[in-house]
Ligand binder design. Structure first.
Ligand SMILES: [Fe+2]
Ligand SMILES: [Fe+2]
Length: 175
């Protein structure tokens, strides 16, 4: 299980969720045109806070030089956090889960997969990268989208994603 980003990243997401209420509809339209039917279902299964994050990620990639990305990179950027929907946690629950993950062992959180209620939700939230990769695999998504969902919290590069692409996807996730 990987860490879910720096406290600064979390604060940015939290502030964004409070200040930005609407999804950028123009970029969302461009994104939806790139998604398969199965991926659209996954995109729409996300709560508003995650759809805003998806569209912001997609917008960054679309705004990059056309030589530096392919449509599948837009999809990878947009759907990397799609596993979070399973946790069904609000903003406060997400902050709590992230703080908890820094305080208790990974091994203990993994045992919460057998529990119910809040512990189970925290388990799903902390494992959203694995869950997201499974969902994208089931949806038949491009290998880069599956790999980015699985490894987007890892600090090291990954052989399944070219270094230039991973740098772009990381920048998109930081905005
Ligand atoms: Fe994530
Ligand atoms: Fe993200």
């Amino acid at each position: 299980m990987s860490q879910m980003g720096s406290p600064l990243h979390l604060v940015k997401r939290f502030v964004t969720s409070l200040l930005i209420f609407r999804v950028d509809e123009r970029t969302e339209f461009e994104l939806l045109a790139l998604l398969s039917d199965e991926e659209k279902v996954l995109y729409l299964s996300q709560p508003r806070i995650d759809r805003i994050h998806s569209v912001r990620n997609a917008k960054f990639i679309i705004g990059a030089s056309p030589e530096s990305y392919k449509p599948e990179h837009v999809v990878a950027a947009a759907l990397h956090d799609v596993g979070k929907a399973k946790a069904d946690l609000g903003v406060a629950g997400r902050v709590f889960a992230t703080i908890l993950q820094s305080l208790i062992s990974e091994k203990r959180i993994k045992t919460w997969g057998a529990k119910e209620g809040l512990k189970k939700q925290i388990y799903w939230y902390c494992l959203h990268n694995e869950r997201g990769a499974e969902l994208l695999e089931e949806a038949g998504s491009a290998s880069v989208a599956v790999a980015w969902a699985r490894y987007h919290h890892d600090r090291e590069d990954h052989e399944n994603i070219p270094a230039g692409v991973i740098a772009l996807l990381r920048k998109a996730d930081r905005i």
